[in-house]
Write a protein that binds this ligand. Structure first.
Ligand code: ADP
Ligand code: MG
Length: 547
């Protein structure tokens, strides 16, 4: 019929579909999680719009997700009565790469592919979930109607083009149907669907029915008391809110009553998502979910935590905001800044507690998120002191991979030592072979080894700890009182003078100065920065950036 219009996917989209279908086949089941989460999002939009526009709550019966399958024909249908889509929205949402997530996804996929290991989790992280359906089918049909517009049918085989036509459909919402590929026949089995829903979608806010049978629990776990929560349930909930396949490293349950009242269930992941640490602004749009009286208000609410802590996922539920709160109000609400302040304090105390009570967990946490703590140090000045206590360094007195705190360093340094020493570089072995260390090693003076690239931007800003200045041992003006150095006696003053003169004449402009050093033990000479010089690591990084 002439009613059907054909459209072509943008170039990147073809690439994307190809990648998803051919590279992510290890977890085909996530197609269901993605379709359910889209349905759930669409219904939250209805609930939210109703609240903000008329102040009415949506009837609990009204919103639901229905799945139906047929084993014989391998047909699969999932339907919701969420907001639906207009024709323009269909094109924008299912046919283009206008969404920022898509390109980031492609980039990350390429990097992972180069590294040899692909992670099906990426799909969720970058919000390109709908297309995962092409892992289990060759053609998808989406029928949808948004309040006040015509209903449309969208069809695609995921191979370059899609079609859209007007249809008759009176109900608001979306119906997605397709025939499962032969090798995906398992997803027409009731037990299999039940299993997947339990695994990924148990805590979806709306009832999910499979041929009339309700599958999920729809409980607000964070409202329970800690003793009522089962660990298994908590782990499941984590996977549900965070798009992670692994259990969390640890979790924190908070119930606050006072100036503001809220409950929170927060999670520490075992690993940092791949783009999180080293891509500037990667944490900007993350955050826990914001609920008001058990109703989801915002998915990734950035106002709940300072940016550097937004790798923490979970739920915050408060009674102190109106249900029909808008994003703008959330942003500027004094209730939110109070919650943020309390949460930040509780989270930092949580880390501190882990470090004393569960050192192995802390070590794992620090390995994954240490750089984030350091970023916090330069942005969250109110909590600077707490953050400094969380810092860990390898040192000349630790084993490789073992850490010392600044407190421990100060506690074990000798009375005559007035400063905290550090040396920065690429790795431990390279640092340990530096001539500049010899003197300190001989004297048994501990030197912190800064091998995290972020360190050089952070440590100098600390200036001092416990009234002890932090100093790079590369700076020329460090010299211990050396009256007890016998070796020095073997070279007379005049010999030193003439030796230095020869060096200065030979090196000329290339050095600032040549001085006699008391810090070398077995190496004859060493190169150091002047006392005003940049840290050599910083210098190296700046050079790299200018290239
Ligand atoms: P994301 O959900 O991260 O935005 P998806 O690829 O899963 O990415 O979905 C793309 C978009 O398509 C959604 O943002 C939404 O606008 C639209 N969409 C998908 N499924 C539905 C649905 N069931 N109802 C309404 N809109 C939907
Ligand atoms: Mg989605």
């Amino acid at each position: 019929p002439s009613n059907i219009q054909e459209f072509e996917y943008k170039a990147e989209m073809k690439q994307l579909l190809n990648l998803i279908v051919h590279s992510l086949y290890t977890h085909p089941e996530i197609f269901l999680r993605e379709l359910v989460s889209n349905a759930s999002d669409a219904m939250s939009k209805v609930r939210f719009a109703r609240l903000t526009e008329s102040g009415e709550a949506v009837d609990a019966e009204e919103l639901k997700i229905s799945i139906s399958v047929d084993k014989e024909t391998r047909s699969f249908v999932i339907e919701d009565n969420g907001v639906g889509m207009t024709e323009e929205e269909l094109i924008a949402n299912l046919g283009t790469v206008a969404k920022s997530g898509t390109l980031g996804f492609l980039q990350a996929m390429k990097e992972q592919q180069a590294g040899g290991q692909l992670d099906a989790n990426l799909i969720g992280q970058f919000g390109v979930g709908f297309y995962s359906v092409f892992m289990v089918t060759d053609e998808v049909c989406v029928e949808t109607r948004s309040e006040g517009s015509d209903a449309c049918r969208w069809r695609s085989t995921g191979e370059g083009t899609y079609t859209i036509e007007k249809i008759d459909r009176s109900e608001r919402g979306t119906r997605i149907s397709f025939t499962l590929k032969e090798d995906a026949a398992e997803f027409a089995e009731e037990y299999r669907i039940e299993n997947i829903i339990r695994k990924y979608s148990n805590f979806v806010d709306y009832p999910i029915y499979l041929d009339g049978k309700k599958l999920n629990s729809v409980t607000a776990l964070w409202q329970k008391s800690k003793s009522e929560m089962k660990e298994e349930e908590v782990n499941e909930f984590y996977k549900f809110v965070s798009v992670d396949f692994q259990d969390p490293l640890d979790y924190l349950h908070i119930s606050v009553e006072g100036v503001v009242s809220f409950k929170a269930l927060l999670f520490l992941p075992k690993e940092a998502p791949m783009d999180m640490l080293y891509q500037q602004g990667a944490l900007e749009n993350h955050g826990p979910q914001l609920y008001v009286r058990k109703v989801l208000i915002q998915h990734e609410c950035k106002d709940l935590l300072p940016e550097y802590l937004r790798f923490i996922s979970g739920v915050v539920d408060t009674e102190d905001l109106p249900l029909n709160v808008s994003r703008e109000v959330v942003q500027s609400s004094p209730v939110m800044s109070k919650i943020r302040q309390i949460l930040t304090g509780k989270i930092l105390s949580w880390f501190e507690r882990l470090s004393t009570e569960e050192p192995e967990k802390f070590r794992q946490f620090y390995k994954a998120f240490g750089p984030v703590i350091k970023i916090g140090l330069n942005s969250d000045f109110a909590n600077r002191d707490k953050l400094i206590e969380l810092l860990r360094f390898e040192s000349t007195k630790t084993e490789e991979g073992q850490y010392v705190t600044l407190r421990e360093y100060v506690e074990r340094m000798g009375d005559e030592q007035k400063e905290i020493y550090y040396l920065s570089g690429d790795n431990r072995r390279q640092l340990l072979s530096q001539p500049n260390l010899e003197y300190f090693q001989k004297k048994g003076v501990e030197v912190l080894l800064l091998i995290d690239p972020v360190d050089v931007f952070v440590i100098p800003s600390i200036n001092e700890y416990d009234s002890k200045p932090l100093k790079s041992i590369e700076k020329a003006d460090i010299d211990f009182a050396s009256s007890d150095d016998e070796e020095k006696e073997s070279v007379s003053g005049t010999m030193i003078e003439s030796l230095l003169k020869v060096f200065k004449e030979t090196l000329g402009e290339r050095v600032e100065s040549v001085v006699e050093s008391h810090r070398l033990v077995s190496s004859p000479v060493t190169l150091v920065g002047g006392s005003d010089a940049m840290d050599s690591q910083v210098e190296k990084m700046l050079k790299m950036m200018n290239k």
